[in-house]
Write a protein that binds this ligand. Structure first.
Ligand code: FAD
Length: 485
C-alpha cells in the first residue's frame, strides 16, 4: 500500500482548511477532499477576534480577510435576561486588547471559507473539490486512507499516514472514532434562518454588532452582512418543529414578528432574492461531542468532533482552533519529534478544555432570570482575570479567554506575567467559585490561548509555551507543532 500523502483532510470548511494549511506549511504532502465546489453556502457568519487576529494570521490569510470588505464587528448587543432594555459588550471593553485587534467580522461564509481554502492551496495542499469521501480505509492497526468519489464520478482510494475528518455536522465517517455522538441534555434547539435585502442598523459605533434578542420561543440573531444583506435566524426549542416543518418561511416570519426588537429593524424590508440567500433554512443545532477525538491514524475536528450552541458565535473559533491542535499532533508525529499517541492526547485535552469553557459559561448565560451584571459576574468568576466583570465578559465572548487576551497588548512580556499570575490565582481560588465553571479548566485554557496568539502575533512564544499538563507538550515557535518539554 503506497502512502501517497502524509495527510488527507476530509472537508474544506474552516476546520479542514486550517488543518491542511498548518500541515502543508511544514512541507508535508497534504490532500484535501471537499464534496462541494466553492464558493458554497454555510451558516455561522459571526466571527470572533481570536479567529480573525489569531488563526488567520498563522494561516497566512489575515490580510486577505482584512481586505475582503466584511462588516466590522466590534462586539454584541443583546436583549437578553431580565433587563428589558438592550445592553452591549464591546471587544475593546478589556484593557488587554488594543483597538486594532478588538474587532472581528460578520462574514458571508461562502467568501470567508473560500479565502481559507485558497490559503490551503497556496500553502501547498492539493485541494480537490467535487470529491466526496465515502469511507475510511483502515486495518486492525490504524486508519490508512479514504475511499472517495472524484469530480468525474470515479471511485478512488488515497492513502496517507493520517486522516483528519473535518467534514462538519453531516460527517459520515466520524463514527469510526469513539462511536456515536453524545448529545447535550441542556442545549437541544432548532434553528430556522433566512435573509433580508437590507435592514436598519444599530447606531454607531455598534452598527456591525451581532444583535441577539430573546423572546418567548427562544432567541433571534440579527447579523449585518452587507448594507443590502442581513442574516436573521431564530433559535427555538424543538417543540416548534411541527410548525417549522409545515412552513419554514412562515414560521421564520412568525418568530420575527413575535420579537418587537428585531421586527422593527426589518419593517418594510424585502426578503433577499439573490442565491443562496433566497432560501429559509432549518438546522437542528443540538450541542454534541464525541467520546473520543482520535484513534491511531485519524482525528476529528470542527463540527465533526463537537458543536456548542451558537449564541456566543464560537463555532468557527472552536473549529479552527481544534484543527490547529490536531495539525500540531500530525506535524510532530511526521517529523518524529513527538509520538502520535502523545501528540493526539495533548490535542484532545486542549480541545476539550476549550469546548468546556464555552459550554459551561453558556449554561449560566441561558438563565434568563439574570441581568447583564450577573452575566458579567459569571464571566469574571470563570476567568478570574484581574479585570472588571464587564471586561471579563468581553474577553470570554471574544474568544480571548481561551485564546489569550494578554498577547494583544504591546507590553506583552508584562501581560504574559500578569496572565501567569491570574492562572496561579485560579489554582488557589477560595472555593466560592461555582464548581461547574471550574477554575482549573479555565486557567489551563487561558494558558493555551496565550501561546496561540503569541505565536500568531509575534512569531513565537513570549516566555514559555508551557504544557497543558505536567507531562504535557509545549508548542513550537511557529505555532504549528508540539515539542517535548
Ligand atoms: P463546515 O463549515 O460544515 O465544513 C465542512 C465541509 O465538509 C463542507 O464544506 C462540506 O461540503 C464538506 N464535506 C461534508 N461531507 C463531506 C464528504 N463526505 N467528503 C468531502 N467533503 C465533505 N459559528 C460561528 O462561528 N458564528 C456563528 O454566528 C455561528 N452561527 C451558527 C448558527 C447556527 C444555527 C448553527 C447550526 C451553527 C452556527 N455556527 C456559528 C457554527 C458553524 O456553522 C460551525 O461551527 C462551522 O461551520 C464548523 O466548521 P467546520 O469546518 O467544522 O464544518
Amino acid at each position: 500500500m503506497t502512502q501517497e500523502y502524509d495527510l488527507i483532510v476530509v472537508g474544506g470548511g474552516p476546520a479542514g482548511s486550517t488543518a491542511a494549511t498548518a500541515v502543508a506549511l511544514r512541507g508535508h504532502r497534504v490532500l484535501l477532499l471537499e464534496r462541494e465546489t466553492f464558493p458554497r453556502y454555510q451558516i455561522g457568519e459571526s466571527l470572533l477576534p481570536a479567529t480573525v487576529h489569531g488563526l488567520c494570521r498563522i494561516l497566512g490569510v489575515a490580510d486577505e480577510v482584512q481586505q475582503a470588505g466584511f462588516t466590522l464587528k466590534r462586539g454584541g448587543t443583546l436583549r437578553w435576561g431580565r433587563d428589558p432594555e438592550p445592553w452591549q459588550f464591546s471587544f475593546a471593553m478589556t484593557p488587554r486588547v488594543p483597538e486594532p485587534t478588538a474587532t472581528a467580522f460578520q462574514v458571508e461564509r461562502s467568501r470567508f471559507d473560500e479565502i481559507l481554502l485558497r490559503g490551503a492551496r497556496r500553502a501547498g495542499a492539493e485541494v480537490r473539490e467535487g470529491s466526496t469521501v465515502r469511507r475510511v480505509v483502515a486495518d486492525e492497526e490504524r486508519v490508512r486512507g479514504v475511499e472517495f468519489t472524484d469530480a468525474d464520478g470515479n471511485t478512488r482510494t488515497a492513502y496517507a499516514r493520517y486522516v483528519i475528518d473535518a467534514s462538519g455536522n453531516t460527517s459520515r465517517i466520524h463514527t469510526g472514532v469513539g462511536g456515536g455522538r453524545v448529545y447535550s441534555d441542556f442545549f437541544r434547539n432548532l434553528a430556522v434562518f433566512g435573509y433580508f435585502a437590507g435592514g436598519a442598523r444599530l447606531p454607531e459605533p455598534n452598527s456591525g454588532n451581532i444583535f441577539c434578542a430573546a423572546f418567548d420561543a427562544g432567541w433571534l440573531w440579527y447579523i449585518p452582512l452587507r448594507d443590502d444583506l442581513t442574516s436573521v435566524g431564530a433559535v427555538i426549542s424543538p417543540e416548534h418543529i411541527d410548525a417549522v416543518q409545515r412552513d419554514a418561511r412562515g414560521a421564520w416570519r412568525d418568530m420575527i414578528e413575535a420579537c418587537p426588537e428585531v421586527s422593527r429593524l426589518v419593517a418594510g424590508v424585502p426578503e433577499a432574492t439573490e442565491a443562496p440567500y433566497d432560501r429559509v433554512r432549518v438546522r437542528r443545532d443540538w450541542s454534541y461531542w464525541k467520546q473520543s477525538f482520535w484513534k491511531p491514524g485519524m482525528a476529528l475536528v470542527g463540527d465533526a468532533a463537537c458543536f456548542v450552541d451558537p449564541v456566543l458565535s464560537s463555532g468557527v473559533h472552536l473549529a479552527t482552533y481544534g484543527a490547529l491542535l490536531a495539525a500540531r499532533a500530525v506535524n510532530a508525529a511526521l517529523d518524529g519529534s513527538v509520538p502520535e499517541q502523545r501528540g493526539f492526547t495533548e490535542f484532545e485535552a486542549r480541545y476539550r478544555r476549550e469546548y468546556r469553557v464555552f459550554y459551561e459559561f453558556l449554561i449560566a448565560f441561558y438563565d434568563m432570570e439574570r441581568n447583564e451584571d450577573s452575566y458579567f459576574w459569571s464571566a469574571k468568576k470563570i476567568t478570574n482575570v484581574d479585570l472588571g466583570e464587564a471586561a471579563a465578559f468581553a474577553e470570554l465572548a471574544g474568544g480571548l479567554v481561551s485564546r489569550d487576551s494578554a498577547v494583544v497588548r504591546t507590553d506583552w512580556h508584562s501581560a504574559a506575567a500578569q496572565l501567569d499570575g491570574a492562572v496561579g490565582e485560579l489554582a488557589t481560588s477560595d472555593g466560592r467559585m461555582n464548581p461547574l465553571l471550574s477554575a482549573p479548566v479555565v486557567g489551563e485554557t487561558f494558558r493555551t490561548g496565550n501561546d496561540l496568539q503569541e505565536q500568531a502575533l509575534y512569531g513565537g512564544p513570549l516566555d514559555d509555551a508551557g504544557p497543558a499538563a505536567p507531562d504535557g507538550l509545549a508548542v513550537t515557535s511557529d505555532g504549528l507543532s508540539w515539542i517535548k518539554v
